[in-house]
Design a protein around this ligand. Structure first.
Ligand code: 13P
Length: 251
């Protein structure tokens, strides 16, 4: 069985490097050193290099990355550059980026580039709403297939899929239920094993994101059989973040 993983997506927080260092050090200070659970924090780009040096226990990841290595792409930061400064994980296709115009085709190029650069890509998928006719399942299938198009089975050993239903993300939203996650994760696993074969597909971890916290984490792991979490708000609170890591270490 593969290790559970807890990933914090700090999004565009906090406001200053000083605060970021304090938050990261505070988080690292709480987490047990036994490495039972893989722990990753994804801060804004410009804090990455400094934070990476604070703790060996927590790996750092990026929240995005561009697929070309270098060139005339004003404002972009390439995955190769991010790897060079120590990022080893990258969140790709987050719904907040898709809402700003990122397409499945962009995400597909980024996943390929991330694999080439030896990252652990965390590919986010999720529907914006659920419907009685289960159209959302078709949406997820299409999104997943488009984002993974042209990727071979021998290059997906590190891939992680984060199922983050858009309706469950952020302030005022409610999380999916562990049962909803389980059903979706079985559906995703089937698509992955059809595409990559049972062996390679079966090794891809499927994690949950969307209002996950220290109160519902246990059920997502036990009932939902989640391989871990992609946390937003809870990752900005060292105590909550650590509690979730502890829970993951016990299940
Ligand atoms: P919240 O945990 O704040 O709902 O955010 C989830 C998320 O978008 C993580 O990527």
């Amino acid at each position: 069985m593969s290790k559970k993983i807890v990933i914090g997506n700090w999004k565009m927080n906090p406001l200053t490097l000083k605060e970021a260092e304090k938050l990261f050090a505070g988080t690292a200070g709480l987490i047990a050193g036994d490495k039972k659970v893989e722990v990753v924090v994804c801060p804004p780009f410009l804090y990455l290099e400094k934070l990476r040096k604070i703790s060996k226990r927590i790996s750092v990841g990026a929240q995005n990355g561009f697929f070309e290595d270098t060139g005339a792409f004003t404002g972009e930061v390439s995955l190769e550059m991010l790897y060079d400064i120590g990022a080893r994980y990258v969140i790709l296709g987050h719904s907040e980026r898709r809402a700003m115009g990122e397409t499945d085709m962009d995400v597909n190029k980024k996943v390929k580039s991330a694999i080439k650069a030896s990252f652990t890509p965390v590919l986010c998928i999720g529907e914006s709403a659920r419907d009685e006719n289960h159209e959302y399942l078709n949406f997820i299938r299409k999104e997943l297939e488009a984002c993974l198009a042209g990727i071979s089975r021998n290059s997906v050993s590190k891939l992680i899929i984060a199922y983050e239903p858009i309706w469950a993300i952020g302030e005022g939203a409610h999380s999916a239920t562990p049962e909803e996650f389980l059903e979706m994760s079985i559906f995703i696993k089937k698509i992955l094993s059809d595409k990559f074969g049972v062996e390679a597909g079966g090794k891809i971890r499927i994690i949950y994101g969307g209002s996950a916290d220290e109160k519902n984490a246990g059920e997502f792991l036990k009932i939902g059989k989640a391989d871990g979490f992609l946390l937003g708000r809870a990752s900005l609170n060292p105590k909550k973040f650590n509690k979730i890591i502890q829970i993951a270490g016990e299940i």
